[in-house]
Design a protein around this ligand. Structure first.
Ligand SMILES: [Zn+2]
Length: 117
């Protein structure tokens, strides 16, 4: 999983004992409380990584917080569905389209997506 693919970014192990004794499926780890702190770290790291890929012109148009909002959405349901995409190495077209709206060039969108996924 993520831990295997990008161990420097996703450093939590594949299996953490779930207090609910739930099977740690891909779907489940996006909502399991045992992973919540790690997801917060991943979200913060994603925001920072995305921000760092931007050229100055792009940084003048958008804040790190806005990038996070674009990538993860505004509510928990949205974050959970993005988490599942991240686990699968996917990004939704909706997120790509939104990034393109805010960034000055497709280059920025491509650099950001390459860096975070
Ligand atoms: Zn759990």
């Amino acid at each position: 999983m993520l831990h295997k693919r990008k161990p420097n970014v996703y450093d939590f192990p594949n299996y953490i004992f779930c207090l609910n004794n739930e099977v740690e499926t891909l779907n489940y780890i996006t909502i399991c409380a045992a992973f919540e702190a790690e997801w917060k770290d991943i979200e913060a790291l994603t925001e920072e990584t995305a921000w760092n890929t931007l050229i100055l012109e792009a940084k003048s148009r958008i804040s790190p917080f806005s990038i996070s909002r674009i990538i993860f959405g505004r509510d928990r349901n949205s974050r959970v569905s993005v988490r599942l995409n991240i686990v699968k190495g996917l990004i939704s077209q909706e997120v790509v389209d939104k990034l393109n709206e805010f960034f000055p060039s497709y280059r920025d969108t491509k650099a950001t997506i390459t860096a975070i996924f």
